[in-house]
Design a protein around this ligand. Sequence first.
Ligand code: ATP
Length: 452
Amino acid sequence: MEKLLYTKDPSLRVEGFQKVEELPEELEKAVVLVDIDTVGVSSLPDLKEGGNIPVAITSKSIPGYTIKLVSLGFYDVLRKPIDEERLRRILQRLDGSQKVQRIIYIHRQEEEISGELCKELCSIVGNPEGKMREVLLRVGKAASLDVPVLFVGETGVGKEVFAKALWKTSRRWNGPFVAINCSAVPSELLEAELFGYEKGAFTGAISSKEGLIESAKGGVLFLDEIGDLPLHLQPKLLRVLQEKKVRRLGSTKEIHCDFRLISATNKDLKRLVKEGKFREDLYYRISTVEIYIPPLRERKDDIPLLVDCILQNISRETGKRIVGYTEGFLKKVLSYNWPGNVRELENALTRAVSSCSGVVLQEEDLDIVTQDYEDYSLESLEDALRREVRRLIEGGERNIYYTLMDRLSKAIVREAFSLLKGNYSKTARTLGINRLTLKKMLQEGARCVPRV
Ligand SMILES: Nc1ncnc2c1ncn2[C@@H]1O[C@H](COP(=O)(O)OP(=O)(O)OP(=O)(O)O)[C@@H](O)[C@H]1O
């Protein structure tokens, strides 16, 4: 492995730097130029050990990024292409205080790592080796394409967090991020909100107003719960997406609008299409890239990392000092299935912190009902359900009925199917349901998306 020695030579040229795919074994006292666009920042702790001086190299010029990188531990940040004069100044600055012996340029060919950038920029927590890696890679790739993206996943999995990460790492990062939840606005108001209106367009329109589509010009329009977009607005949205023009209510003038659509849903849109509740052409238009975010119960390795991060945030916000938690506490967190995902975890931890009398969270501070109860009677099941309904309502969850019914029906079907050794006819007969319905439920069991 060739290494470039730092010689104080003023004619030092960047092109002469050693490029290595992986960290060299001995790095002591090296200035390590880390191409973070391709290598990421995960190697930082290793680099700093042994007194190396990491300098980040990036082509991204996102506001706050330099500060973020320096706060992570980089000595300085250089933009690509590397300005040799700036590099030389950094080296001279260092030379007085540290004996720099060599400079190494670490770089990786893959572009995949922009996913890592999303992670750092948006404080997305997840095990880098786990399921979130795939999601981050997909977000990283989608960021460079200016096409509509649809995030699919249960409530509280982080669809909006990822939508923002996508926006911040796309070429539209300096444009606005305009978000609206289609299920939270009554259908008659949603049209005016999205498309805008002219004065007198309807009773109460005392002045004209631009719609959110117009406001998203140059940036991103985030349509949350797009599955709840009323049928009569769907062709209007489709037209806007096709023609890149919007017409305010009460106007004949078309206004050009250049925005990127990112949408999210916790519903099975393909099923809504089949049921005639969502237009097929719109579905294909909004889902050029579809990214599925798995529920927390399918990525339990993320939970300890999330717990640490959420507890730090809660401590910061509330001023209540929490130094850790017992093994029993973490065991209880891990044994629960978190149907409300990260949002529910945040709410449960907030409650745990407020009920904790010391600085270490105990098992009993967590008021969740874990699955390993011993009492199998229907009464106890009803009790558990009552507690679960109360907890979900207090946690501000939506779609409670469907989430619970979906989980219950799937649990019943799966258990019967496995007890009856995978015999479809027998299971259908025993459960008293149609064979086709059974097959469909078993197929859909893997995704578990609550639906109406
Ligand atoms: N990977 C993550 N790292 C850190 N925080 C996360 C992560 N995923 C989700 N969160 C947090 O969980 C909460 C819910 O996330 P978000 O609102 O993005 O979920 P959602 O899937 O859009 O939910 P809904 O479908 O109900 O709108 C937020 O407070 C968010 O900051």
